[in-house]
Design a protein around this ligand. Sequence first.
Ligand SMILES: [Zn+2]
Length: 245
Amino acid sequence: MQVVILGESAPYPAPGGATAGYLVQTEEGVFLIDCGSGVFAEMVRHISLSALKGVIITHYHADHVADLGVLQYAVMVERMRGKRQEPLIVYANQNPPEKFLEVSYRDHVKAVPLQSDSRIRLCGCDITFTDANHAVPCLAIAVESNGKKFVFSGDTGPSESVEALARNADLFLCEATWMMHEQGSASAGHLTTLQAAEMATRAHVKNLCLTHIDPAYDKEAVRKEAEFFFQRNVQIASKGMLLEI
Ligand SMILES: [Zn+2]
């Protein structure tokens, strides 16, 4: 299993960058987790749209869904041109319902509702979920394939359920929205570097990669701070990065 970082900025992209979007690639195909600002343009640098087997949406903040409308149009055009036969399936948080209803598009994009106890199989992966601790309903995701486990935190504050989902993960892709010098202004529903490192330590994850990084931050400083708390190597997500699991 491979994960390609399509974007890591939050809540808005760095110059030339992108917000949340992650491709998961197996021998059986490729799917996308979240579709934020700039993600579509980066995605089609790595795969052809016709190869995309499905999409998972954790929640409906713009930094995770801004390019969903672009994706809907692109799938429509591909199908009109005969490059794609089947509609695109988007597994999307069923809450709030009025947002979920916007995910389907004519007969080109079909939305399938997700909740914390959903289980889906996609590209040979068993995928499970749990509720993250965020300002709006948000799901964390565990992807398991061939004995390997990849977990994405979604957007979350400290959460026992996300920590349990991440237990023994080969790769934990975890949000870290705040550096410690700004922890006083840290909003609920997000993690500091310390909190992300604490969750990863308690969950005994093998590898930690931090994402959801403020474009104003120096990534090297974020990495050093996280490694101080994690006491092991930490990767910081960046657009185009390939992570082997
Ligand atoms: Zn976000």
